[in-house]
Design a protein around this ligand. Structure first.
Ligand SMILES: Nc1ncnc2[nH]cnc12
Ligand SMILES: [Zn+2]
Length: 336
């Protein structure tokens, strides 16, 4: 069994595997612009974030009913549990669905039907984080927050995703202020393809508690020192970074330098159906490519629970952390 871990950076729409996409397309009478699953997989050769987002949004056309979202989340939870995930904080993109005529409530009801039985079925606790699309207007984000109000008992926090360059965090100042007023936790993607300055802005203007990706902070040593001092968690996604050409290869990933700098980094899968692996595959990837030791892998797993929003269930956090400490890594791992 893989090391127990929390997954803190996972877009549920990015778990749509080609086989499920075609099954849902058939169920809903949707025609996909790909002949079969093989042709679809061929389209997964991305140049950058935008070329991925084009396929990611196009494929969402198959998600129409609450049951579709339940099936999607169920498939993710089963795979994640098999790779050691014990707690998952799951992003969803409401605007990508409401813009297609799928009501906000349909998405939340579908997802929560799966999440509500995840602990019993898979031993995975869950939280939901709704993300705003930063390449859409701040007004659209505010209207989406308004739509979320009847469902806030099911939503732990807000995030910010989609095309980063040219869409600074400050564009969403008012939305984040309103979310804070509503008692929602706040995270944002920053420093994936955008500059280090966006990471600082997400902290200073949006008041985020965690930064998604954030790896371009490494271009600003003062910012690195601040993130380390303030123990701001960064949710890294190594396989995603390779597929979206944020780094050339896994062996070039700055993860070891980030750990060395004392940053609270975690390893996550982002959009596993598109990027070649789930949470455990990301741990295995960095272990093999970067020669991480068992103790470094244990630190990453420990960090994931420390960085999680489990303040409302400290006994669970303590149980998961104890499992991490008790875990024995298989002998012969690289770096040993
Ligand atoms: N890696 C990523 N960056 C920004 N937006 C996303 N939406 C889904 N995956 C994303
Ligand atoms: Zn992401």
């Amino acid at each position: 069994m893989p090391v127990p871990k929390a997954e803190l950076h996972l877009h549920i729409e990015g778990t749509l595997e080609p086989e499920l996409a075609f099954a849902l397309a058939a169920r809903n009478g949707v025609t996909l612009p790909y002949a079969d699953t093989e042709a679809l997989r061929e389209a997964y050769r991305f140049e950058d974030l935008q070329s991925f987002l084009d396929v990611y949004y196009a494929l969402m056309a198959v998600l129409r009913t609450a049951g579709d979202f339940t099936d999607l989340a169920d498939a993710y939870l089963e795979r994640a549990a098999a790779q050691g995930v014990r707690h998952a904080e799951i992003f969803f993109d409401p605007q990508a669905h409401t813009a297609r005529g799928v009501p906000f409530g349909t998405v939340v009801e579908g997802l929560t039907a799966a999440l509500d039985r995840a602990e019993e079925r898979y031993g995975v606790s869950t939280r939901l984080i709704m993300c705003f699309l930063r390449d859409q207007s701040a007004e659209s984000a505010m209207a989406t927050l308004e739509e979320a109000k009847p469902y806030l008992d099911r939503i732990t926090g807000i995030g910010l995703d989609s095309a980063e360059a040219g869409h600074p965090p400050s564009k969403f100042r008012a939305v984040y202020e309103e979310a804070a007023r509503l008692g929602l936790r706040r995270v944002a993607h920053a420093g994936e393809e955008g500059p280090a300055a966006y990471v600082a802005e997400a902290l200073d203007v949006l008041g985020v508690e965690r930064v998604d990706h954030g790896l371009r902070c490494m271009e600003d040593p003062e910012l690195v020192a601040r993130l380390a001092r303030e123990r701001v968690p960064l949710t890294l996604c190594p396989l995603s970074n390779v597929r979206l050409r944020v780094v050339d290869t896994l062996a070039d990933h700055p993860l070891p330098a980030m750990m060395e700098a004392g940053l609270l980094v975690t390893v996550n899968s982002d959009d596993p159906a598109y990027f070649g692996g789930y949470a455990g595959d990301n741990y295995d990837g960095v272990r093999d490519a970067l020669g991480l030791t068992a103790e470094q892998l244990r630190q990453l797993a420990r960090n994931s629970f420390e960085a999680s929003f489990l303040e409302d269930d400290e006994p669970r956090r303590a149980r998961c952390l104890a499992e991490v400490e008790a875990y024995t890594f298989p002998a012969g791992a690289p770096g040993e």
